[in-house]
Design a protein around this ligand. Structure first.
Ligand SMILES: [Zn+2]
Length: 903
């Protein structure tokens, strides 16, 4: 799955915290039953928002039993019967139900009993053994109890049931546009059970035959190709039968009902389609090109051909996550798949490219080979995150994905340096715990650790390990040990030791380097915390870290102090080459001085981002002052890389928000205008042949200066915005979105109306989303109130509600008003929003920076708990505490620095 890359993503980090008490008991199925094949016939009624299901599941029982327990939620059961295969075919692949033929006499008589009661007729007129169904709503399980024991071996369950097409974007759900209704599915992590009773655990793989009975004019897309499409069974309907899937997990099954239209292509013999609602099919070409290239690249990289006969990528009007990797049928939020190939913004294209690469990587990592249980979710998400950057960077070298990855790793390490962080592999038993584990640790940290290991063992060796691991576990399941065991064997290096240390224990290592001793530099490690005291005891929090020197080799650092070779004093000592290592660094005074002096000429962009990030983290932890950090950040003001500048300016902005008083913030703004104004002016205007990098630089500085109230920039923003609102094509496309946001912050009701109209009427998904997000930039209290009301109104899709509120809640200027609204309207928010939306609000509440607010947030969510955000809440409280401590420690330091620097 692609977690939605909005505001809250970086904050979706959770911790083990002190909230373990009262946890729901484990909800795994009891075992003893292995599903082998499902046949599903689903007949949705989009108008009534319901569906009827008819299902057979072929299972193998380990021992005779009178009960079978599987997963079901919001399912209304009709008849449930068991049929036993005739003797002699056990082990064969028999798909037809063989009624009433039992392998034991008692079963036979039971069948006759059922038939005699007339309560169990199948289409052959002979009954199976009917079950009594007991539901356990809390566990989302159903237990079938039979009057006689079912024998060991093969049994076929036949289940009739009804379900609802819900509006919570999970299971089989309803999606709407102005034109019509759609039926869509989202099963990861634990929601297949809302669409069909199932053994809904990732290791219980089976094959699936899916059949949909839909309105005559509707089309259906599912995991596999269409085997047959016939009119009936009643007038006005048709029946679409799909070919049998390979062995796969339940959470990867998918089907979509509606009038989707597709653009089509072919790569390596595989038919690829990109589909959308008919009005948006014109926006599918970019993703189609991207999918074609990616499939070819992955076929070669993995050394295993894409395992399905076709691949569909479908944009769904209502969609909770960013995208979902259903085997052969990937579903997307519209903004993550659709973009105008010619006129789309670069950022929008980059996003689509990356999300397509992410989901397609899952076809191998996740779909072909699946984690045995959700505690190893990182085997799916870490790999897809690492692979998306690798593939996108290969396909578009000019788009600088490696720099984005460096920025992301920096923010991940900040999250991971909180006291309530978790290990990559951590307990996830209940659906709430499982949902909560789709966080920055499973994605960002795991992806970074994989990248670090690849960098250490070498690309080709690592690739061979990946190939062997995938080959060995194809159509099956795997654990962390399977992966690093294979990589260790293939590389001959202790990959297992390194990966285990990063996967099994939480937190970020800090590596400190001492002064040169002879021809070596001593290195030692500890656990780094963002709030003082900086490092915890080494003890059991010791990693095995590949330390790779710039222009040098790599050496493993264990718990003991280790000497790194250092022979050339002409070279620069920089101990995180390429910024590939997942650790913070602290150099001796002399080493740091040399690094800073040579940063622009000798370090890569990624390394400069890493350097800024490490110094920023150490300052927050109380090592070094905010003034020293500001000196470093202002030192890169002429950096030719927009990403480096953005990184520095983002941290200066955080100083304004988290440390400065209102008065000091104005002085800090003055410093920003003075220091960066000239740099911006020096860049000139963007011409027709402006490079992306130049445009990026201008946009970055434009935004920072605008936020710092630079009158020239604000005047320019007004003129750009006025032209845009008057319907003119923007002259300076690079700054137009930023300009609108800056103007909106001070905007009035008239401008708000215009933006609202765009949000309501735009057909381009990116434009619509931008307009929606711009509504959250308006700061006039009456307009903030309107946006909050709008967020809970029926005019907003439920996928967007939480985001709107969360954005207002995380901005200093609007957070108090947003919090008051959340407190007053919680019941309505909870009723209308999805669970992830609620979780986003919990994350955003972590943006406060006072003891008073911390206590309010704590007591409010104690009284109104969000089940899938228990650990997220402790993380948010942690963030507020860290901010309070940082302000207390650094506010006087900041004032002193401002006094000395003429702010
Ligand atoms: Zn994913």
């Amino acid at each position: 799955m692609e977690i939605w890359r909005g505001l809250a993503v970086a904050g979706l980090v959770v911790g083990l915290g002190a909230m373990g008490a009262g946890r729901v008991e484990a909800q795994r199925l009891p075992g003893g039953v292995r599903p082998e094949h499902y046949s599903l016939t689903i007949a949705p009624d989009l108008k009534a928002a319901t569906f009827a299901g008819s299902e057979t599941i072929e299972v193998v029982l380990d021992a005779p039993t009178t009960t079978i327990t599987l997963n079901a939620a919001e399912i209304e059961f009709g008849a449930v019967k068991a049929f036993v295969e005739p003797e002699g075919v056990v082990g064969g692949k028999v798909r037809t139900v063989v009624p009433g033929r039992a392998s034991s006499g008692s079963f036979d008589s039971a069948s006759r009993d059922e038939t005699a009661r007339g309560s169990a007729q199948d289409d052959r007129g002979v009954g199976g053994l009917e079950a009594v169904v007991m539901l356990d709503e809390k566990k989302e399980q159903a237990t079938f109890t039979f009057a006689r024991a079912l024998p060991e071996g093969r049994v076929t369950l036949k289940i009739e049931y009804k379900g609802i097409l819900n509006d919570k974007l999970r299971g089989f759900y309803l999606s709407k546009t102005k034109a019509r209704r759609y039926g869509a599915t989202q099963f990861e992590a634990t929601d297949a059970r809302r669409a069909f009773p199932s053994f809904d655990e990732p290791a219980l793989k089976a094959t699936f035959d899916v059949t949909l009975v839909v309105d005559a004019n509707d089309t259906v897309i599912s995991n596999t190709q269409i085997a047959s499409d016939t009119a009936g069974p009643v007038a006005g309907k048709h029946t679409v039968v799909f070919t049998t899937t390979p062995r796969m997990s339940t959470y990867l099954v998918a089907w979509l009902v509606g009038d989707f239209k597709c653009s089509e292509g072919k790569t390596d013999g595989v038919a690829i389609r990109v589909c959308a609602t008919p009005d948006k099919v014109k926006l599918t070409r970019f993703a189609l090109d991207s999918a074609k290239q990616t499939l070819h690249d992955y076929d070669r990289y993995f050394g295993i051909k894409y395992p399905m006969a076709k691949l569909d990528l479908v944009a769904v009007p209502d969609f909770e996550a960013g995208a979902m990797e259903n085997f052969g049928c990937i579903t997307f939020r519209e903004t993550d798949l659709l973009v105008d190939k010619k006129d789309g913004a670069l950022a929008a294209k980059k996003e689509v490219e990356e999300v397509v690469a992410h989901e397609m990587a899952h076809q191998w990592f996740g779909d072909l080979v699946t984690m045995a249980w959700w505690d190893n979710l990182w085997l799916n998400e870490g790999f897809a995150t690492w692979m998306e950057t690798k593939e996108a960077a290969k396909a578009h070298p000019k788009w600088k994905y490696e720099q984005d990855a460096a920025v992301e790793m920096d923010s991940t390490m900040d999250e991971d340096a909180g006291r309530t962080t978790r290990a990559i592999r951590a307990r996830a038993e209940t659906p709430d715990e499982i949902n909560e584990s789709f966080d920055e640790i499973a994605y960002g940290k795991a992806g970074a650790v994989i990248g670090m290991v690849e960098n250490w063992v070498g690309d080709e060796v690592f690739r061979r390990g990946v190939h062997e691991y995938l080959t060995e576990h194809s159509y099956g399941n795997a654990t962390a040990e399977d992966f690093w065991g294979t990589e260790a064997r293939v590389s001959g290096l202790p990959v297992d030791q390194v990966m285990q240390s990063f996967v099994a224990q939480p937190g970020v290592p800090l590596v400190r380097f001492g002064s040169v001793v002879g021809d070596a530099i001593p290195a030692r490690q500890g656990r780094f915390f963002l709030a003082a005291p900086t490092t915890g005891p080494a003890g059991n929090a010791a990693w095995t870290i590949p330390i790779c020197q710039k222009d040098g080799g790599c050496k493993l650092l264990g718990p003991e102090e280790t000497m790194l070779a250092w022979t050339t004093d002409a070279a620069l000592f920089y101990a995180n080459a390429g910024d590939k290592g997942y650790y913070r660094t602290d150099y001796s005074v002399g080493q740091l001085k040399a690094i800073v002096a040579n940063a622009e000429t000798r370090l890569t962009v990624e390394e400069r981002i890493g350097l800024l990030g490490d110094r920023w983290a150490l300052m927050q932890a109380g090592e070094g002052s905010v003034g020293e950090f500001l000196d470093l950040a202002l030192g890169v003001k002429a950096d030719p890389s927009a990403t480096v500048l953005e990184s520095a300016l983002g941290k200066i902005g955080a100083i304004g928000t988290q440390i400065a008083t209102d008065k000091d913030r104005k002085r800090l703004d003055g410093v920003v205008r003075r220091e960066f104004g000239g740099v911006y002016a020096g860049l000139g205007k963007g011409g027709r042949h402006e490079s992306d990098e130049h445009a990026d630089l201008r946009e970055t500085l434009f935004e920072a200066l605008g936020r710092a109230d630079d009158p020239m920039v604000l005047a320019e923003a007004v003129s750009v915005t006025n032209a845009l609102l008057a319907g003119q094509k923007p002259e300076d496309a690079a700054v137009v979105d930023t300009a609108v946001g800056l103007v909106a912050a001070k905007g009035d009701a008239a401008m708000y109306e215009k933006m609202l109209r765009v949000a309501q009427t735009a057909t381009d998904p990116d434009l619509k989303e931008d307009a929606l997000h711009t509504l959250t930039r308006f700061q006039a209290p009456e307009l903030v109130a309107r946006t909050l009301e709008y967020a809970v109104s029926d005019a907003v899709r439920s996928q967007d509600r939480g985001t709107l509120i969360a954005r207002l809640l995380s901005q200093r200027e609007t957070q108090d008003q947003a919090w008051a609204f959340v407190e007053q309207h919680w019941a309505e928010i909870e009723r209308k929003a999805t669970e992830n939306s609620d979780a986003r609000i919990v994350v955003a509440a972590g943006a406060f920076c006072s003891v008073e607010r911390r206590d309010e947030v704590t007591s409010f969510f104690a009284a109104h708990p969000v089940a899938s955000a228990e650990r997220t809440l402790s993380k948010s409280i942690d963030s507020i505490n860290d901010c309070v401590a940082l302000r207390a420690a650094q506010e006087p330091e900041l004032r002193q620095w401002l006094d000395a620097h003429g702010g």
